[in-house]
Design a protein around this ligand. Structure first.
Ligand code: SF4
Length: 278
């Protein structure tokens, strides 16, 4: 039987990354809504701290970029991140249009009916200049080649180009889009990815191929990943009998971790589920 997605299912960078890393994880998480039989990593306290720090820092950034006057004492859990931001804020942020925590949703023809979404930590745009997407990472800096491969880097600028006519009232040439990652635990270090027409075309091809591969799978043939690194931080280890590779959470070991932003959303969704056991 061919795979059917839940009604109005919307692909995010996280769900696409799950499918790219391990089709079985995508199936368990999004098609079967499987509860969480194991923590992502041990020890939980370290993970909780990282998730909580991420959440508080994102809330702080949202207020800052909305122009809220920040007069209260700095939250001690994120004091170092706030200081890193004050010392090294992103430079040359466009001023005309600034929206923190901003989502775009598109259903492009090339995605063959699939809905796609991106949630930007900050989107800034000048009609005569660039469109800048900023993503706050509270982790250490990731290697550029790892970031370059991630679905977030592929999807975020692509969806902005797709959404631009509706959003800004005019098409946006890919060459005017830039994605910037900011790393709080590295003192505000950044990695910048200039977008281009060739990246846009490659990104469309890659994502439509992923979607076609997913649609072609029968419900009983979602394969387990052959790369056990992906299992180290996967909460479905026990279901897949891959518990022996369980990871001890290392903030530096981010390549195989789910994005902490997305993890916060997943934990919130799972917490609403009475079978939630994390
Ligand atoms: S434990 Fe490994 S094989 Fe199983 S869903 Fe997770 S990543 Fe995939």
């Amino acid at each position: 039987m061919p795979t059917e997605l839940p009604p109005a299912f919307t692909f995010s960078q996280s769900s696409l990354q799950d499918f790219a890393d391990c089709p079985r994880r995508f199936q368990l998480r999004y098609l079967l809504a499987q509860a969480y039989p194991a923590p992502v990593a041990e020890p939980l306290a370290v993970l909780d701290d990282s998730v909580e720090r991420g959440e508080r820092f994102h809330r702080l950034m949202e207020r800052y970029w909305r122009g809220v006057q920040l007069t209260e004492q700095t939250d001690p859990l994120i004091a170092d991140l706030w200081q890193a931001f004050l010392d090294n804020p992103p430079a040359n942020v466009p001023q005309t249009f600034r929206r923190p925590e901003f989502s775009v949703n598109v259903k492009p023809a090339w995605a063959n009916g699939a809905r796609l979404t991106a949630k930007y930590d900050l989107l800034a745009y000048d009609p005569d200049g660039e469109a800048l997407i900023i993503d706050w990472k509270t982790s250490r800096r990731l290697r550029r080649d790892i970031l370059e491969r991630r679905l977030q880097t592929i999807l975020y600028p692509l969806l902005l180009v797709e959404a631009a006519p509706r959003l800004f009232g005019t098409p946006l040439p890919p060459e005017r889009v830039r994605l910037l990652y900011w790393f709080g635990e590295d003192g505000g270090a950044t990695e910048s990815f200039a977008y281009s027409s060739s990246r846009y075309i490659d990104g469309r091809s890659y994502i439509s191929a992923l979607l076609a591969r997913l649609r072609a799978l029968e419900v009983d043939e979602f394969p387990l990943t052959a790369d056990l690194h992906h299992c180290r931080y996967c909460q479905y280890r026990s279901l897949c009998e891959r518990e022996e590779v369980a990871g001890t959470f290392e903030p530096d070991d981010a390549e195989f971790l789910p994005d902490l932003d997305e993890l916060r959303d997943l934990i919130a969704a799972a917490a609403a589920d009475e079978d939630f056991v994390l």
